[in-house]
Write a protein that binds this ligand. Structure first.
Ligand SMILES: [Zn+2]
Length: 97
């Protein structure tokens, strides 16, 4: 797959907005932009793609979206922090923490 531009280690703090910094991490063969979300900012319930269970309101977690290719912000996914850190060893079923 040709790569229009390379944004390997884009790591810049956001000047304003207070969303915290993002990192670029690898998952499933592609690069993802990852942002840590504090419990105070978790105001909705999401379905974690790692364990297929809810990320409850008020739970600190991570948001990840593709750092390259199509999708971008529209393809955001909310993960439990533990599920994201173990994303390459996806637990089968409900073996999360
Ligand atoms: Zn999970």
């Amino acid at each position: 797959m040709p790569r229009a531009n390379r944004r390997r280690h884009e790591h810049r703090p956001l000047a304003a907005g207070g969303f915290g910094e993002t990192t670029t991490e690898r998952y499933a063969g592609s690069l993802w932009t990852v942002r840590r979300v504090s419990g105070a900012r978790a105001t909705r319930t999401y379905l974690c793609p790692g364990c297929q269970q809810e990320v409850a309101v008020g739970t600190p977690h991570v948001v990840a979206w593709p750092a390259e290719g199509v999708g971008g912000l529209g393809d955001r996914r909310h993960w439990h922090t533990g599920c994201w850190s173990r994303r390459d060893a996806r637990p089968a079923g409900n073996a999360y923490r």
